[in-house]
Every structure is written in structure tokens, then in C-alpha cells.
Design a protein around this ligand. Sequence first.
Ligand SMILES: C[S@@+](CC[C@H](N)C(=O)[O-])C[C@H]1O[C@@H](n2cnc3c(N)ncnc32)[C@H](O)[C@@H]1O
Length: 237
Amino acid sequence: MQPRRLSIPGRFLRSLLSRHGKAVVNMAGSDAAADLELVNRVRGRTPLLLGAVPALQLLACVRATGNVPGVLAEAGVFAGGSARLICEAKGDRALHLFDVFETLQDESTAGGPEAAAVRSHFQRLHAREADVRSTLAGYPNVHFHTGVFPQTAAAVADSRFSFVHLDLDLEGSTLAALEFFYPRLAPGALLVADDFSSAPVQAAFHAYFRSRTATIIRLPWSQGIVVAASTGPAFVA
Ligand SMILES: C[S@@+](CC[C@H](N)C(=O)[O-])C[C@H]1O[C@@H](n2cnc3c(N)ncnc32)[C@H](O)[C@@H]1O
């Protein structure tokens, strides 16, 4: 590719942005411009906690696993913004969604240590399952597993996963999700972790992968992508 010469204002803008930890990406004329429109459209309709670049990356990873056998999952759904993006790219493939939604909003102490950690971190900040169901009603093959993960995972224990999005914020939840999903990834599957550079997510990844060999791509916008070995990790259905 020919190097492009930037005008003086262009060079100034680029250097100013990079001093603030930002970069310019030229997406004009590529498919990514349509994806950016899609991200903006989804954000206009549904609260979305992902920035534009991680959202584009999410779409690309869902599409990249189109030929990998298995179902898709998202752990950490909140109002369904990222789930909606996944739905836009998944086609007819099954998507399993895991979140407590509003189920921890009473004062009960039931649910064990995972429930206590979720309650204490998110407090009253939860979306209602009924609202998320209605947000995703137009997409086929979407399945809700409402309650505290990993207890809710039993229903899909015999599944293989082609794509997993982890966005749980908490160390304990993320570690439980790695323990559940990683051995169930199909060869060539992708597991995308949001907030990858945050201390709790890093702690969970270090704990889980300390004694394992895995290809993990650390992206500069705090996403991490685990690429499942093409020979397939040991898993007996
Ligand atoms: C950051 S939000 C997800 C945001 C969403 N992916 C998006 O981009 O719009 C994290 C969610 O994880 C959920 N969560 C965290 N730990 C959980 C657990 N152990 N079981 C079920 N849900 C959990 C919280 O209820 C919260 O809704």
C-alpha cells in the first residue's frame, strides 16, 4: 500500500489525538463504514456499554466464527446492547444469554458468594429481563439463562461454543465463565473479553491461563480475544 502523505493540519490533528491516547481510523469506502452505522443505530435504540471500536471488533469476531460449529454465548448482557450487535451478525445461529437481570434486586441474602459479589458491585444497576427480551424479540434463536452464573450454565453444559462474549466485570464471575466456556470452545472458536485490561478481568485470566497454553490477542482498546486451538481442547460431550 502506498504511504499516504498527511496535510499539515492532518498531521497536527493526528499527533494531538495520539497525545490523548486516541487514533484516527479511516473507514471511508470500506464495509466497516456500514458497520459503524449499524453500531450507531444499535446505540440509538439500546443502551450499549461498548465504544465504537470494540463494538466493530465484536461484529467482526461474530462473523469470523460463521463457519465454526457450535452455539454462541454472551455472559454479561445488562440492557442487551452488545447482545443486539451479536444478533445483527450471527444469522440463525443460537445465542445463549447469561445475566442476573433484576433477580438480585430484593434484600435477600440467598444465592451464595457469587450472588453477594454481583449484588455488592452492581447494586441497583440492572436491566429487566422483560425489556431485554423485547429488545431482542426480532432476532431468531435467542435463549435467556437468567440468574447467577455459573449456576445457570447447567442448561448448556453439553454444548460446544463457536463464539463467546464475556462482559461480567467481576473477577469471580469471569473466572467461573472461563472455567465453563474455555473447555467447551469448538476448534477455531473465539472468546472475546471486554474490559480485558481491568484488574479483575486480568486477575481472572492470569488465574485461569497460568498453567495453560493459549493464543490470546490483547487489543489496545481493552478487549482480549482467545483463539481456541484448531486441534480442539479436551472436551467430551
Ligand atoms: C458490563 S455489564 C454488561 C454490558 C453489556 N455486555 C453491554 O455491552 O451492553 C455486566 C453485566 O454482568 C452481569 N453479571 C456479572 N456477574 C454475573 C454473574 N455471576 N451472573 C450473572 N450475571 C452477572 C451484571 O448483572 C451486568 O448486567
